[in-house]
Design a protein. Structure first.
Length: 267
């Protein structure tokens, strides 16, 4: 079968001719047909796929989006979207690519910094959004300064009947003279319901999926802050937010530093 075929008022092309026009292999065009990304305008009684000139730009767009590493379903959504929706999707994909590039850069820095005999730093990724509840306190500067209020807030959580994941988190907000201001937090379980009134010194915070560098610490270590700064410099890491301290339980004096490196914006 060769030469253009007239179908209605339009001139159609066989898959071979359409392949020649677009530069796309016939096997790729068949794949796009099977996945319902680019259906031929007509299929002859003999089963031949027939395309028209108007489909060339669509074929090239689909192929370009595939090379941009987009999933089939994402491309389908793009093709049926309005212009405004398409702009929104493109912005979302750009942000995702930036996040991937940042993750690759962190991986490069990490591999360039680790030593087989030194296994003090790890990478941890939160793949899903997380929700925390935070309680604000100003306390006396001392070893393990938030210990007493950790226990106090955990009791409050139990009294409220709030379901939380294991672990207690600390954020140090400010330190002036002999006083420190910080927040004690708990990771909420999915679909957890909060009381209607939780107080002015309590708030809920949503975290996007993130990549962290982690380092183990001890509240009794006087050189911990220095070690933390050294670690960041060694790997060349740039933080993307406030560090967290995670205690497995109230009784623990050891904790895990969580240093945010990459944050993936949710659009």
């Amino acid at each position: 079968m060769s030469g253009p075929i007239h179908y209605g008022d339009d001139m159609t092309m066989t898959i071979k001719e359409f392949s020649g026009k677009t530069g796309l292999p016939a096997s790729t065009l068949r794949f796009y047909d099977q996945k319902e990304l680019l259906k031929p305008v007509y299929r002859s009684e003999s089963g031949y796929r027939l395309y028209d000139e108007k489909q060339i730009s669509s074929a090239m767009m689909i192929h370009s989006l595939r090379h941009a590493d987009l999933a089939i379903e994402e491309i389908k959504q793009f093709l049926v979207s309005t212009e405004e929706q398409k702009h929104h999707l493109i912005t979302k994909w750009q942000q995702e690519v930036e996040s991937k590039l940042s993750s690759i850069q962190v991986a490069k820095q990490y591999l360039g910094g680790i030593r087989p005999a030194e296994n003090h730093v790890h990478l941890v990724k939160w793949n899903e959004p997380r929700i925390f509840i935070w309680f604000t306190h100003t306390v006396e500067r001392k070893i393990h300064p938030f210990y007493a209020v950790m226990e106090e807030e955990l009791e409050k959580i139990k009294k409220w009947g709030i379901r939380i994941a294991p672990g207690i988190y600390i954020k140090t907000v400010d330190s002036v003279g002999g006083r420190m201001t910080g927040e004690v937090g708990f990771l909420l379980e999915t679909d957890c319901k909060l009381p209607q009134s939780i107080g002015d010194d309590v708030y809920v915070e949503h975290y996007h999926p993130q990549l962290f560098a982690t380092m183990e610490g001890d509240v009794k270590d006087p050189f911990l802050c220095f070690s933390f700064i050294q670690m960041l410099q060694k790997f060349g890491f740039q933080t993307k937010g406030q560090k967290l301290e995670r205690f497995a339980s109230i009784k623990d004096t050891k904790f895990t530093y969580l240093i945010p490196l990459v944050e993936k914006e949710m659009v």
